[in-house]
Write a protein that binds this ligand. Structure first.
Ligand code: C2O
Ligand code: CU
Ligand code: CU
Length: 472
């Protein structure tokens, strides 16, 4: 894995000969990514455009708190699950087995697949019972970083460790962007002895706030160290797989070049001084580490204001570290042009969908909803294949909500009704406290029932979820 992951920056031979570029080309230090290297799903199909893997959900012991065992819920025994790699247009077949003590499904977050493969229980497929299986079989039409997670009792199951990354590569992309890492960000609630905390910890307030685990994890590790060579770019493909925690990452004296998001590359890159990811979102960023040889650079998680007291709830913490090699800074190749043409969707004549994210009044368990109705009482929205729709999602609560639509990418609209620049394809977007978020979506020819929900999974499970029926 670590070898496959390391792109050596070889001087192209002809250039080397002409320019007299001799000796070892600059590269990331040996073992630079070993602390965060993800196990890779084994492709057991020899055809070039088919990736077929086996994937088993099961309880397995992992070590998160040093010296303590945690019985996590895992895909294939690891935390996170194996990295699935495919190329644009590949067919992906996943032979799934459920060896958990509970029913589950797998949802392929962000992938534009057919509704039957979307893992929505009761709509795409029945729940997969313990001891049962399901074959997921779909094509990955878009390059980007996607991820997989259960859609049954999601907050508990994802909170216990069920998530993994699916990277869809585009061979036509320029190669010299940077040495690549896939970083799955998450957290976990653990007791002192390493046991998983109960999923209903904190009762109604825990649900309302959204449960954040005390152990902040990067590829399943607490504060791992990533090697780097000053001056050599790294490309970080990040996904926020936490139930509820927003990630805001800062590296002092550095800026990030964000080149992509949920659905692949942006129209053009943007420079940012922090990476902000709500649960479910992805980012594709380039970073050029700078500092004295041998220096350690902390990448810090800093609290993000997602409403009611959230900035006071947790102190900042180191998410991971970069350790610079004991060598002088290297000179990287010039950055190639990055970006892609994205056409703004035409909103003229679009159907309107107006939603409010709501909290129900009343005794007993906390109930959230959309337009005042929890998911279990909601009637599906209806839309037609080929139709364009503008969604307006208004937040009536004192907490922010990352709003997610299954199956289709959208373009976020600004207050002027125009798509925000740089243009980007997204499937998850924040709706801030007292805020309203608008987006435009066009339903391509994939009819069926599609879910939409808050990706604070505690909120989704408490009722902040609905269905969209796209009819032929
Ligand atoms: Cu990650 Cu229903 O979604
Ligand atoms: Cu999804
Ligand atoms: Cu929410």
């Amino acid at each position: 894995m670590s070898i496959e992951n390391t792109t050596l920056r070889l001087c192209p031979l002809l250039v080397a000969a002409a320019a007299g570029c001799a000796g070892d080309p600059a590269s990331q230090p040996d073992g630079w990514d070993s602390a965060v290297a993800l196990p890779r799903a084994v492709d057991r199909d020899s055809r070039a455009d088919v990736v077929e893997i086996d994937l088993t959900a099961r309880v397995a012991e992992v070590e998160i708190v040093p010296g303590k065992k945690t019985s996590a819920w895992t895909y294939d025994g690891g935390l996170p699950g194996p990295l699935i790699r495919a190329r644009v247009g590949d067919r992906v077949i996943v032979n799934f087995r459920n060896e958990l003590p509970a029913p589950t499904t797998i949802h392929w977050h962000g992938v534009r697949l057919l509704a039957q493969m979307d893992g929505a229980p009761g709509h795409s497929q029945p729940e997969t019972a313990p001891g049962g299986g399901f074959t997921y079989d779909f094509v990955v039409p878009d390059a980007g970083l996607y991820w997989y997670h259960p859609h049954v009792d999601s907050a508990a199951q994802a909170g216990n460790g069920l998530y993994g990354a699916l990277l869809v590569e585009d061979p036509a992309e320029p190669a010299a962007l940077g040495d690549e890492l896939v970083l799955v960000l998450s957290d976990m609630s653990l007791e002192d002895d390493g046991a998983l905390s109960p999923p209903d910890q904190g009762g109604n307030f825990g649900t309302l706030f959204g449960r954040e685990g005390g152990a902040l994890l990067v590829n399943g590790r607490v504060n791992p160290v990533i090697g780097a060579r000053a001056g050599l770019r790294q490309r970080w493909r990040l996904v926020n797989a936490a139930r509820s925690r927003y990630f805001q990452l800062v590296l002092d004296d550095h800026r990030f070049l964000r080149i992509g998001g949920d659905g692949g590359l942006l129209e053009h890159p943007v420079e940012e001084d922090r990476i902000v990811l709500t649960p479910g979102e992805r980012a594709d960023v380039l970073i050029e580490p700078r500092g004295a040889p041998g220096a350690t650079l902390p990448v810090r998680w800093v609290p993000y204001d997602r409403g009611y007291g959230s900035t006071f709830a947790r102190p900042e913490v180191e998410a991971f570290r970069l350790r610079l090699a004991d060598e002088p800074a290297a000179e990287d190749e010039p950055l190639p042009a990055i970006g892609r043409a994205i056409s703004p969707l035409d909103t003229a004549g679009a159907r309107r969908v107006d939603l409010q994210l709501t909290q129900q009044e009343g005794p007993g368990d906390l109930v959230l909803g959309i337009n005042g109705v929890p998911s279990w009482e909601a009637e599906p929205l209806v839309a037609a294949v080929g139709e364009t729709s503008v969604w307006t999602v208004e937040n009536t609560m004192q907490f922010a909500h990352p709003f997610h639509l299954h199956g289709f990418f959208f373009q976020v609209l600004g207050d002027d009704g125009q798509p925000v620049r740089p243009l980007a394809w997204k499937d998850t977007v924040d709706v801030r406290v007292d805020g309203t978020t608008r987006f435009v979506v066009r339903y391509d020819n994939r009819p069926g029932m599609w879910m939409f929900h808050c990706h604070i999974l505690d909120h989704a499970d408490a009722g902040m979820m609905g269905m969209l029926n796209v009819v032929p």
